[in-house]
Design a protein around this ligand. Structure first.
Ligand code: SAM
Ligand code: SF4
Length: 499
């Protein structure tokens, strides 16, 4: 598969996943909704907010679209292929709708935002179109659609964060959960549709995030991943003033400089919460709660964040640091605001402060004007960084983006794909080497469940986010175990428990 999407944040195995109903509630609702999700982890987290809004309003979840009264598809627009998948799925729902008059079909998320009411005209089967900031209005929109009208709300908001809505974790393993800490994006990467589909960046109130993480911990969860398009620019100017200084960064309260010499204002001053401080507060909930985060923009991750990772054993040593290209010329056209050298300096700093840090990236091949020389620079950057994981895509021009307006999509598709294949082959070598380096080492693993391949084995993740499989023994989901790695495959470490 050329368009490689295999990470936890954008998990190929979860694409099209539908929510499971609560066992005890399956028959207690008059109307059932079915929701299928595509795209990144933020979209899956949004579906949990949608489920919460619907259940609050008397609807029940089902995983069987044939028994549903309402079918929702939470969509992704990031590449053309993502939209094609959704269109195919909608055609299948059209057939189902013919056999079940009264069934309503709704499109949610980025594609709804991008196409707005064009959806109603183009895709004749759609009754409801809802953008990512309008999920609170779903019950009204459903009522409107039930009268036979088409219902649309694609208004983007400057302040909606759904902070007060407790997401319903219907498909959860009960151990790991995603927690949205911000929405939207203010970076204008020229290839990217996100700023147009998800609106301006806004940070969720810090206290509501910490409370959600505390509740998850009390409910037995042992890992939270703090989510945002650019988590390092999280900034909550005025957390609850009654907090009386609870949001003070204990690691660092003076002005500091990051590796590029940028002055970082004092943390915790006048109650402001930066990402480093939020991370610390979540880590302090319990040493038994693992904390991860995604995604970091290289220009925004600071030394304070790195020092906070070092300080807390339960903040995982793993950073997803998308670079997109290894050519400074292409990076400038992409409007990424850093050069190859700047990015390398950031990686060096991470390795200096956190020597065993797992590192992953996103890469795009065949962006406008990309030459063979630019491509070679991407490969040599990968050779330098030796990523543990890389998510690689060929460039897909998206309507309305800066690149679509300013540049010509001039690299032939065959060349984009050939370069992507070369990149994937190189990364395979690096990821296998990374796995092999772990053979013989011992890792603390958080157990997530039973291995799909063998019922007698469990799986979990190491601090560095690698999947580890080992014999069951006396261990259960949610436990931490020390596993000595004995061998590996390209994607899994295999080991046994050290007692
Ligand atoms: N906010 C994150 C960041 O800046 O790294 C990433 C968000 S985006 C949902 C995930 C990845 O999709 C990007 O890092 C990029 O590699 C890829 N992507 C975005 N737009 C693309 C496009 N037009 N064509 C191909 N890949 C794209
Ligand atoms: Fe898109 Fe860039 Fe924002 Fe990431 S940081 S969501 S790539 S605009």
């Amino acid at each position: 598969m050329l368009d490689l999407l295999t990470n936890k944040e954008h998990d190929e195995a979860r694409q099209g996943e539908a929510f499971a109903p609560f066992a005890h509630e399956v028959n207690s609702f008059k109307k059932h909704f079915y929701i299928e999700s595509y795209g990144c982890a933020m979209n899956f987290a949004d579906s949990e907010v949608v489920a919460s809004v619907l259940i609050e309003n008397g609807f029940g979840a089902t995983t069987n679209c044939e028994e549903a009264d309402l079918i929702f598809i939470n969509t992704c627009s990031i590449r053309e292929k993502a939209e094609t998948t959704v269109r195919k799925r909608l055609t299948e729902f059209r057939k189902l709708k013919r056999t079940k008059p009264g069934m309503l079909v709704g499109v949610l998320g980025c594609m709804a935002e991008r196409l707005k009411s064009k959806f109603l005209e183009e895709e004749k089967l759609v009754d409801i179109v809802v953008g990512p900031d309008a999920y609170r209005t779903l019950p009204n929109l459903i009522e409107e659609a039930e009268t036979g009208q088409k219902a649309v709300n694609v208004l983007l908001s400057r302040d909606e964060t759904y902070a007060d809505i407790a997401p319903i974790r219907l498909n959860s393993n009960g151990v790991t959960a995603f927690v949205s800490i911000m929405r939207g994006c203010n970076n204008m990467c020229s290839f990217c549709v996100v700023p147009f589909t998800r609106g301006r960046e806004r940070s969720r109130d810090a206290e509501s995030i910490i409370n959600e993480c505390k509740t998850l911990f009390e409910d037995g969860y042992r890992e939270v991943t703090l989510l945002g398009q650019n988590v390092d620019s999280y900034y909550n100017a005025s957390p609850n003033p009654s907090d009386g200084g609870a949001f003070k960064h204990s690691a660092n309260s003076k002005n500091t400089s990051d590796s590029q010499g940028v002055v970082i204002p004092p943390l915790g001053g006048r109650g402001a919460v930066t990402f480093a401080l939020l991370l610390e507060k979540v880590a302090q909930i319990s040493p038994l709660l693992r904390v991860r985060f995604s995604t970091s923009h290289p220009k925004d991750i600071t030394d304070d964040v790195l020092h906070t990772i070092v300080k807390y054993e339960n903040i995982c040593n793993y950073i997803h640091l998308p670079v997109q290209s290894g050519s400074s010329r292409v990076l400038q056209m992409m409007n990424r605001t850093y050069s190859r050298e700047w990015y390398i300096a950031k990686v060096n700093r991470i390795r200096e402060l956190i020597p065993d840090c797992g590192l992953s990236t996103d890469m795009i091949t065949g962006f406008c004007t990309e030459t063979e020389e630019d491509h070679q620079q991407s490969l040599s950057l990968m050779e330098y960084c030796k990523y543990d994981l890389a998510y690689m895509y060929f460039y897909s021009e998206r309507p309305g983006t800066l690149a679509e307006r300013r540049f010509t999509d001039d690299v032939p598709e065959a060349v984009k794909k050939r370069r992507l294949q070369e990149m994937i082959s190189l990364h395979r070598i690096h990821s296998l080497q990374s796995m092999q380096r772990d053979v013989g080492k011992t890792f603390k693993v958080l157990v997530e469940g039973v291995s799909k391949k063998n019922e007698e084995e469990l799986f979990g993740r190491s601090d560095q986010n690698k999947v580890v499989v080992f014999p069951k023994g006396n261990v259960k989901k949610g436990d931490y175990v020390q596993i000595k790695v004995e061998s590996c495959t390209a994607g899994t470490l295999l080991g046994k428990q050290i007692i």
